[in-house]
Write a protein that binds this ligand. Structure first.
Ligand code: BGC
Length: 412
């Protein structure tokens, strides 16, 4: 099993989940209201990024995916903070100095509070405001980069915020909210939304996300025509037994979750990032071990996910895939299986350029707080001490084993 010489090997993080100290975004407000766990100083990566990148380098990585915090760059509508830009310039340079190629994402779930107050992605203005932010960042930092990602997992963002309602802005109200509203003589709070109404709002949000990506793409190309622009899409790899009804379900689910969105943005993607966590085979009652998230661990399913995105005939990089595994008993196996699945897809002709494990370090797992441990590096949240997990060394060995040396022969 060999990967191309210029293959990107690394891990990923996202600003809010690791940096710490971000208080002017919708998640921080939700935490102050007690609706999600507080993030606080997180891993303090904002101040410790150099030491963290030293570890990534030590672990044999040659690439790193991270995100820029919109609320830091544009803390007030239309006012951009040059100190924040300089911070991210320093982050990018710190990576490059260590031989790590930066994969930058402009927006990973958290919204500046002013933007959320205007209705966030429900608002008609959202695509334009997002494109303006994207353009500004690229004007400032574009020279430092070969590529940039506009957004992370738009359908997860919309689904959890507007269908499930457990992420900001918590739009699908639970039955309990209706009971409270009714018990209070319909005075206690604003009227919870009806499901059908919430679904309509969800569709509007998805439409605006499509427009936001497309407008950002155009805005970026105006200032940096050669910069490669991508979107990061999560793909649940739906598959089926040979039963026609099960195949029909897999087709429908793939269309609903992946193709209905990707079709509308693919023309404006030079590359696509794949986030892979789930494989579902309709009609298959097989039992699989579960991760600490309660998710079935089927890492080889990445093969199917890559084939789903291959439909768009663009280069693909695996922008996230990983496992929550507190005692590190499955992670090494999981990574190895993923790489095998990737290699099989590549043998079929899928153009895969890189693999970014989620995550470089333990971090804030959104509505679940700090309890789930995805990291190659363990964080002690009391002391902020970093400790490399054994699986991270195994990943390093695999990188060395699977890389091809300059002369085309196996490196190891
Ligand atoms: C997200 C990450 C998240 C990870 C694990 C992905 O959906 O991009 O922010 O931590 O999954 O749940």
């Amino acid at each position: 099993m060999k990967f191309p010489k210029d293959f990107y090997w690394g891990a990923a993080t996202a600003s809010y989940q690791v940096e710490g100290g971000i208080e002017n975004c919708d998640w921080a407000k939700a935490a102050r209201e007690g609706r999600v766990p507080a993030c606080g100083r997180a891993c303090d990566h904002y101040h410790r990024y150099e030491a963290d990148f030293d570890l990534a380098q030590q672990l044999g990585h040659n690439a790193h995916r991270f995100s820029i915090e919109w609320a830091r760059i544009e803390p007030v509508e239309g006012q951009f903070d040059t100190a924040a830009i300089e911070h991210y310039r320093a982050v990018i340079r710190a990576l490059k100095e260590r031989g790590l190629t930066p994969f930058v994402t402009l927006w990973h779930f958290t919204l500046p509070q002013w933007f959320a107050d205007k209705g966030g992605f429900e608002s008609k203005q959202a695509p334009e405001l997002f494109a303006r932010y994207a353009r500004y960042v690229v004007e400032q930092l574009g020279d430092e980069l070969a590529g940039i990602t506009t957004m992370n997992e738009p359908i997860v963002f919309a689904g959890l915020g507007w269908l499930k309602g457990n992420w900001p802005p918590f739009k699908m109200q639970k039955l309990a909210d209706w009971q409270e509203y009714t018990n209070s003589g319909k005075r206690s709070q604003s009227r919870p939304q009806q499901s059908w109404w919430a679904y309509g709002t969800y569709r509007r949000v998805v439409r605006h996300l499509v427009m936001a990506h497309n407008q950002a793409y155009d805005a970026i190309k105006l200032v940096a025509p050669d910069l490669s622009v991508s979107i990061v899409k999560h793909v649940v790899a739906y598959d089926a037994t040979s039963n026609p009804w099960q195949r029909c379900k897999a087709w429908f689910a793939t269309n609903f979750q992946t193709h209905s969105f990707m079709r509308k943005v693919a023309d404006r993607c030079d590359e696509i990032g794949l986030n892979f966590y789930h494989y579902v085979k309709f009609g298959d009652r097989g039992e699989h071990p579960k991760s600490d998230m309660g998710w079935e661990m089927i890492p080889g399913g990445i093969y199917r996910a890559l084939h789903i995105l291959h439909h768009y005939q663009k280069p693909i990089f695996v922008s996230e895939c990983g496992v929550a595994d507190d005692d590190d008993s499955h992670r090494a196996w999981y990574i190895e299986e993923q790489l095998t699945g990737m290699q099989q897809a590549m043998a079929d002709g899928v153009d895969v350029r890189g693999h970014m494990y989620w995550s470089l370090m333990d971090n804030y797992e959104w509505a679940l707080g700090f309890e789930k441990k995805f990291g190659l590096i363990e964080i002690n949240y009391d002391t902020l001490e970093r400790k490399i997990r054994p699986s991270a060394w195994r990943y390093k060995e695999l990188i060395e084993q699977y890389s091809v040396a300059d002369n085309g022969s196996a490196a190891s």
